[in-house]
Ligand binder design. Structure first.
Ligand code: FAD
Length: 603
C-alpha cells in the first residue's frame, strides 16, 4: 500500500451542497463526530447556483395550499413512479425545514405583512416557492455553511473520493485524494452519506457545474448499492443558447413564474397549442387568465408556460423541428412584454430576477427588460440515483446513505421546480439523523488493505501510460454521443448504438494518459471522473432501453405513448456477480388508501 493519511469519523458526508451540509448538521447535532468532503471549496457546491426557490406548502401567499396539494402535485409531476412515502414525507416536512433555515439566518423575500414570500413555478398548483430573488441557492448554502461550522466538524475541501471501502457487506469508509497535492487519504467511518449531486456532465449541453460527473452514482454502484430511475434525466426547457460559449446556462423558471411567455419566430404563444389532458382543468384558456394567475388572482388558472418541464421542453423542440424556431435554434422567452401591463416594469424585472438581468446583459448583451431572450432545452437534473429506504435514506448497503440529487425516489419520472432544494433539506436532515443513529450502534469497520491498494493503483494508472490520447478527447466524445443518442428524444436503434460507443469509450478510457505530476492536475482529475461518467452513461442508456414507453422526462420516438403496464414498476440497476450491469423491473409498493384519496380529490 502506498503512503496515505488516515482520518476517523462516525459519520462521513461526501458532498457539501445543500443535502450534504444539512445531513452534516443533523449528524453533528446528534453528538457524533462528523467529516465532510467536497471536491470544491466550502460554499461553492452546485447548490449555490439554484435560482428560483424552495418548494414548501407554507400557504403564505395562497391559504388553499397544504401538504396534501403539494403531495398530489409532486406525484402527478412524477407520473406516479415516485416513492409515495418520500413524496408524503417531503410535502409534510418541507415547511418546517424552510422555517428552520430562516431561524438559522436565511433572509427570504417577504410578503407585505412580513411572512416568507412564495412564487409560482411549473407544476405547482399554488405559489409555493420560498425564494431570495433568483439567488436562493446562494442563501441556502451561506446559511447552512455558517450553521455547520459552528457545530464543529472536519471539512476536507478540494478532496475527491474515488472509492467506497467495505468491511464485508457493510460500509467501512472511503478512499480519496486531495486535489491540491495529490496525496491519498483513507477515511474510516461507521456511516457514510453520499450527497454528491447529479450527472449533467455526461451530456454536451447542460446547466450543471463541473462537479456533476455522477461520482456518487458510480461509487454506490461499485459498492453494490442499487440505483433506480436512471432513465429519467430532466432537460430543462430554458437554457441560454447564444452565444455558443454560454450554451446550456440555466434561465430560471422564475422568469415564467413572473409572467414571462414563450413565443416562436412568428410571435405565437405556442404553449397554448398542446395542453396535456392531465393538466387541462388546471391550465388557463386565455392569455388574459394566465397573466392574472401570475399576478396572484386566485380565481385564475396557470398559464401553459408553467406546465411541467418535460412537456415544455418537448413543445420547444417541436417548434424548432418544424421550422418555427429562433435564429439560433431555440424559441423566445419574453418578460419585457409585461411593460404593457405594469408601471416600472424594468425596475420590477431587475428586482425579481436580478441574476437573469445580469446574466443576459453580461453574457449575451441582451437587456431582458426590453428584449426577449433566446432559449432552448438543457440537461438539468437527474431524477435517478441511489435507491434508499424512504424514511431513513439508507441504501441496500448497510451504513451507506444517500440524499439530494444523487438519491432517487421523490421525483419519479419528472421533478417539479423547487422540489430539489426542499428535497435537500428534508432528506438531508433525515440522512444525517439516521446515519448518526446507525453510527452510534456500530464500531469502526476494518479497512481492507487490498481494496485500498487496488483503488490507488487505478487512480495512478493514467500517469503510467504513454498515450497520445488525453482524457478530454474521450470525455467530449462521450458528451456529444449522449446528447445525440440518449438525449431528449430516444429510440432503440440509437441507444443500442450508444451502448456500443460506450464500450469503445471504456476501452479508450483505460488507455488515456496524463502528463505532469499529482499537484493540482486537471487532466488527472478528468481521467478519474471519466470512469464515473462512463458508468452513469451506461446506466442511463440501459434503463432507457428497458422503459419501452414515454413518460415524464423519458420520451421514446419508437414508443411515444404512456403505457399503464410500465407505470407499475421502477427500473433498478445493480452490479451483478460477474461485474455486469443488471437491469431489473421492481414493482412499486401499494399506496395507502388515504394517499390515493388525496390524489383523487386533487384531480
Ligand atoms: C442553474 C441551476 C438552478 C437551479 N435552481 C433550482 C431551484 O431554484 N430550485 C430547486 O429546487 N432546484 C434548483 N436546481 C437544482 C438544484 O440546485 C440541485 O439539484 C441541488 O442543488 C443539488 O444539491 P445536492 O446537495 O444534491 O448536490 P450539490 O449541491 O451539487 O453538491 C454536491 C457536492 O458533492 C461534492 N462531490 C461530488 N463528487 C464528489 C467526490 N467524488 N468526492 C468528494 N466530493 C464530491 C461536490 O463537490 C459538492 O460539494 C437548480 C440547478 C441548477 C443547475
Amino acid at each position: 500500500m502506498a503512503e496515505h493519511l488516515t482520518h476517523e469519523h462516525d459519520v462521513l458526508v461526501i458532498g457539501a451542497g445543500g443535502a450534504g451540509l444539512r445531513a452534516a448538521a443533523e449528524a453533528a447535532m446528534a453528538g457524533v463526530k462528523v467529516g465532510v468532503i467536497t471536491k470544491s471549496l466550502l460554499g461553492k457546491a452546485h447548490t449555490v447556483m439554484a435560482e428560483g426557490g424552495i418548494a414548501a406548502a407554507l400557504a403564505n401567499v395562497d391559504d388553499r395550499d397544504s401538504w396534501r396539494v403539494h403531495f398530489a402535485d409532486t406525484m402527478r409531476g412524477g407520473q406516479y413512479l415516485n416513492s409515495w412515502r418520500m413524496a408524503e414525507l417531503h410535502a409534510k416536512e418541507a415547511p418546517a425545514c424552510v422555517r428552520e433555515l430562516e431561524a438559522w439566518g436565511a433572509v427570504f423575500d417577504r410578503t407585505a405583512d412580513g411572512r416568507i414570500l412564495q412564487r409560482n413555478f411549473g407544476g405547482h398548483r399554488y405559489p409555493r416557492l420560498a425564494h431570495v430573488g433568483d439567488r436562493t441557492g446562494l442563501e441556502m448554502i451561506r446559511t447552512l455553511q455558517d450553521h455547520d461550522i459552528h457545530l464543529g466538524m472536519d471539512v476536507f475541501m478540494e478532496y475527491t473520493v474515488v472509492a467506497l471501502l467495505k468491511d464485508g457487506d457493510r460500509i467501512a469508509g472511503a478512499f480519496g485524494y486531495d486535489r491540491e497535492r495529490g496525496r491519498f487519504h483513507v477515511f474510516r467511518a461507521k456511516a457514510v452519506v453520499l450527497a454528491t449531486g447529479g450527472i449533467g456532465r455526461a451530456f454536451k449541453i447542460t446547466s450543471n457545474s463541473w462537479e456533476y460527473t455522477g461520482d456518487g452514482h458510480a461509487l454506490a454502484y461499485h459498492a453494490g448499492a442499487s440505483l433506480m430511475d436512471m432513465e429519467f434525466v430532466q432537460f430543462h426547457p430554458t437554457g441560454m443558447i447564444w452565444p455558443p460559449s454560454v450554451r446550456g446556462i440555466l434561465v430560471t423558471e422564475g422568469v415564467r413564474g413572473e409572467g414571462g411567455v414563450l413565443r416562436n419566430k412568428d410571435g405565437r404563444r405556442f404553449m397554448f397549442d398542446d395542453i396535456p389532458p392531465t393538466y387541462a382543468n388546471q391550465t388557463s384558456d386565455t392569455e388574459e387568465e394566465g397573466w392574472r394567475y401570475t399576478q396572484g388572482d386566485k380565481n385564475a388558472r396557470r398559464p401553459p408556460e408553467l406546465l411541467t418541464r418535460d412537456h415544455v421542453a418537448r413543445c420547444i423542440r417541436r417548434e424548432v423541428r418544424e421550422g418555427r424556431g429562433s435564429p439560433h435554434g431555440g424559441v423566445f422567452l419574453d418578460i419585457a412584454w409585461i411593460q404593457d401591463r405594469i408601471p416600472n416594469a424594468a425596475e420590477h424585472i431587475k428586482k425579481k430576477l436580478p441574476s437573469m438581468y445580469h446574466q443576459f446583459k453580461q453574457l449575451a448583451d441582451i437587456d431582458i427588460t426590453v428584449e426577449p431572450m433566446e432559449v432552448g432545452p438543457t440537461t438539468h437534473y437527474m431524477m435517478g440515483g441511489v435507491r434508499v429506504d424512504p424514511d431513513s435514506q439508507m441504501s441496500d448497503v448497510p451504513g451507506l446513505f444517500a440524499a439530494g440529487e444523487c438519491g432517487a425516489g421523490l421525483h419519479g419520472a419528472n421533478r417539479l421546480g423547487g422540489n430539489s432544494l426542499s428535497d435537500l433539506l428534508v432528506f438531508g436532515k433525515r440522512a444525517g439523523q439516521y446515519a448518526a443513529c446507525y453510527a452510534k450502534e456500530q464500531s469502526l469497520g476494518v479497512v481492507n488493505a487490498d481494496e485500498v491498494t487496488a483503488a490507488e493503483k487505478q487512480a495512478l494508472a493514467p500517469f503510467e501510460r504513454d498515450s497520445a490520447e488525453g482524457p478530454y478527447a474521450v470525455q467530449h466524445a462521450l458528451q456529444d454521443m449522449m446528447q445525440d443518442l440518449v438525449g431528449i428524444v430516444r429510440q432503440e436503434r440509437e441507444m443500442l448504438l450508444a451502448l456500443e460507443r460506450i464500450r469503445e469509450f471504456k476501452t479508450r478510457a483505460q488507455l488515456v494518459g496524463v502528463q505532469g505530476n499529482r499537484e493540482y492536475n486537471p487532466g488527472w482529475h478528468t481521467a478519474i471522473d471519466l470512469n464515473n461518467l462512463l458508468t452513469v452513461s451506461e446506466m442511463v442508456t440501459r434503463a432507457a432501453l428497458e422503459r419501452k414507453e414515454s413518460r415524464g422526462a423519458h420520451f421514446r420516438d419508437d414508443f411515444p405513448a404512456k403505457d399503464d403496464h410500465f407505470g407499475s414498476f421502477n427500473i433498478v440497476i445493480r452490479k451483478g456477480p460477474g461485474a455486469q450491469m443488471e437491469v431489473r423491473r421492481e414493482p412499486i409498493p401499494q399506496m395507502p388508501l388515504e394517499l390515493k384519496q388525496i390524489i383523487e380529490e386533487m384531480k
